[in-house]
Design a protein around this ligand. Sequence first.
Ligand code: SF4
Length: 351
Amino acid sequence: MNTPHNIYIHVPFCVAKCRYCAFFSRACPAPDWDAYTNGIIDEIGHFSGVLGRISVPTVFFGGGTPSLMPTKKFAEIMDAIYRHFDVAPDAEITIEANPGTLDDTKLGEFCAAGVNRMSVGVQSLDDEKLKFLGRIHNAYDARQLIDNGMRRSIRVSADFIYGLPGECVGDAIKMCDEINRIGISHCSLYELTIEPDTPFGKMKLDMPTNETMAEMYIAIQNNLKLPRYEVSNYAAPGHECRHNQNVWDGEPYIGIGNGAAGRIFLDGAWYEELGGGKMFNKMSNDARAIERVITGMRTTRGLRIDPDIKKILNLEFAKSHTNMITFSGDRMRATDAGILVLDDLIEKLVK
Ligand code: SF4
């Protein structure tokens, strides 16, 4: 059976480790790209053996810092994907890019190799804050990279972090004003969370209170010109990240590269794929449905209520909390009030 699968490729290398980062990545500005690329190409061959010549609607290179990768290596990986799978003619091909790791020429080479969407790790447009976060670039570098992407007419997204120590609602509004002025069609705004095994986790930081964080979140909804389509993601209509939308909606995806995970659908069954395809665990339909509740309820498109979802959903609870949940067609979604207490809501939604 040819079930389409989205493809995620993880590139776990960065120039330096940011002080807040708990992602699967390590500081290694000059990795052995030949070895890593060959490993990825082997995995692509392995998946094509298991799944056959599947169609591929999206490819997402995430990290880490995929923009560190030599473009020749990137092109070799894309060639392998095209050789083994049926990549849709309008496939979305995203690369995560960090300012300070690629100039306009290199961006042009990525585009020539198929990239049509770039997600830029900006985090802040304040040089002091960038230094505090341990970023390797300044605000000017970030603006340059965004401008280069926009000039090349690829879709450009930018990631920002809010809720730094000492920040207040005014800072969130200022950040929204800056994003509005840039005029990008997609951005992701994440609250700074302090993870224990990071440099920030070992510091005593004077973080904003939960109330202030919630006020900042509401201020973002009120001041950003782009509508929210997921808890932390905002886009002009039609500019949403298709890869993430597909994954959040419960479509299968292959994870390739160290630290990548995937959800494979094969012969009518779901498999959890860990460790770059080396381990496959069969998943029950209930376990997969619970995952879909968690990701689907984060989106404004909402959760599609199909027979698998009906089995695990507390529909009575959902229908009796109209201030938190709304229904439209075969989908349900959290209201603005529901989004603010989403974790609790999801817990109560699952039987
Ligand atoms: S660039 Fe991204 S993945 Fe790399 S250390 Fe910084 S936050 Fe982590």
